[in-house]
Design a protein. Sequence first.
Length: 255
Amino acid sequence: MQLYTKKYIKLVINPCIKLYMKLNANRYRTSCAYQAFAHAVCPAIYQAILQLHIKFASVYTLQISEPNGPNENSRARKLGLGIDLGTTNSLVAIKMSDVAHVLTDKEGQALLPSVVNFGAEVTVGHAALELAVVDPENTIVSAKRLMGRSRDDLNKNQQRGLIDDDRLAFATRQGHKTPVEVSSEILNVLAVRARTLLEAEEDGVVLTVPAYFDDRQRQATRQAAELAGLNVLRLLNEPTAAAVAYGLDEHIEES
């Protein structure tokens, strides 16, 4: 079964993806190739093939070599997730067979709006975005902007919707929610998406953060992940993550 799946992907799916990417070179990159092909042809078929690929392929996290450490072949492969916790949208990805794959939900959508509604129940993503129109008081957007910040850092417009207290928190139907708690709900949804698709628990996650984030903001990001039950392997600056995604770490020319 494994041999058949790999041959099918190699002989049928990969050529289609390469052709599709060549026709849309400026619009789609390697990390989103499967998603682009899927939306253009048939998301249901793609999801089934991807699940087979995930089941049989080598799935692993970014390996970081240490001096005098064990060589790569002797290290056990573990399941790691890469998560981009964005201000507007967030996503989760894995590395399979040396290629990064963005995981989609059951509707085939890769991007998760970074929006949380604390109404009768906690709603995250596209559904929460729709609730922002009818229930704005309990809907929180762009919570990342307030991560690790104090009230003194904000102007009056940025303090709208916050409780009248020294700590930064939003007043919602389910009580006061801090930016860390809001972000943890987003991270939890992404983790559940990955566990459902991979049918396995992750060993840890790598989170991207803006390069300008200070120590407080980085610590707040880590706390949000831990609150979501995630083991944080590393916080990676977004420019560095972009360089790794495009393989610049493997093609450094010596001057």
